[in-house]
Design a protein around this ligand. Structure first.
Ligand SMILES: [Zn+2]
Length: 252
């Protein structure tokens, strides 16, 4: 049975950047908004059902089947919310849901396909479904996502794999997909460069602002620039230690 292994955060960032580069859909510096739907359909060659009839507590799911197209389904309720969105953050939240599923396709697709091959050795392999629940979606609630993941990894072992059908494997896959989704919409280097520029601007043009207020503004601007929710932008900045990075750059 395939193992879900520990992947360091920075490695997940690099894997995602690599996929963006391979896709040829790297956004231009004038427009940082990554076309995640196109990436899913054209580069990852997955189907996308945006109006999936899924239970309320399900955000989306991915169906893997050897020899068949992978299909990502997004809860129709979330898509309706996005289509009727009054605010950009709602669109951002939906984009992050799609990006999260993309990360599953990249990081976990090969494991599910290997699992399917074992299950269906003598006959047509069955579809392997990976379902993502809203309650596990830490993007909206947890400021301490990274800490939670560290605790988890410390408990289950940094170097140990867990079998794909074990509960801790599911949780590990969810953590990895959250990080991977964020890395697709806000690639590390581009995010750090953009954050540093914004911090510098504010230091020069609004020196009266407190550091707290500066961070607030930078997060808001980044959310707009990359079309993600503010929560997602804040978590990404924390994970990448954007403030520390900007401070270091300003010393030179
Ligand atoms: Zn998931």
């Amino acid at each position: 049975m395939p193992d879900v292994t520990f992947i360091p955060f920075s490695k997940i960032d690099l894997l995602m950047e690599d996929e963006i580069e391979k896709s040829g859909f790297w956004p231009s510096s004038q427009n940082e908004i990554f076309d995640i739907e196109r990436f899913l359909e054209k580069h990852l060659k997955s189907g996308l059902d945006k109006d999936a009839n899924l239970p309320d507590d399900v955000m989306g799911e991915v169906a893997f089947r050897r020899g068949k197209k992978t299909c990502v389904s997004i809860n129709a309720g979330l898509t309706r919310e996005m289509e009727n969105a009054q605010a950009a953050w709602q669109i951002g939240r939906w984009r992050m849901t799609v990006a999260h599923e993309c990360a599953h396709v990249i990081l976990h697709g090969p494991l599910y396909l290997a699992q399917g091959a074992q299950d269906g050795f003598w006959e047509e392999p069955p579809s392997q479904i990976h379902r993502c629940y809203k309650k596990q979606d830490k993007r909206f609630v947890a400021d301490d996502f990274a800490a939670e993941m560290r605790d988890f990894e410390a408990r289950y072992g940094w170097n140990s794999g867990c079998l794909i059908n074990e509960p801790q494997a599911r949780q590990r896959m969810e953590f990895q997909a959250n990080r991977g989704g964020a890395a697709l919409l806000m690639p590390a280097n581009r995010t750090l460069c953009a954050a540093s520029e914004l911090f510098n601007d504010l230091r020069q043009n609004a020196p009266q602002l407190s550091q707290e207020a500066r961070i607030e503004r930078v997060v808001e601007q980044l959310a707009k620039k990359f079309l993600v929710s503010r929560e997602a932008a804040r978590i990404r900045c924390d994970d990448l230690e954007a403030t520390k990075h900007a401070d270091q750059l300003s010393l030179f």
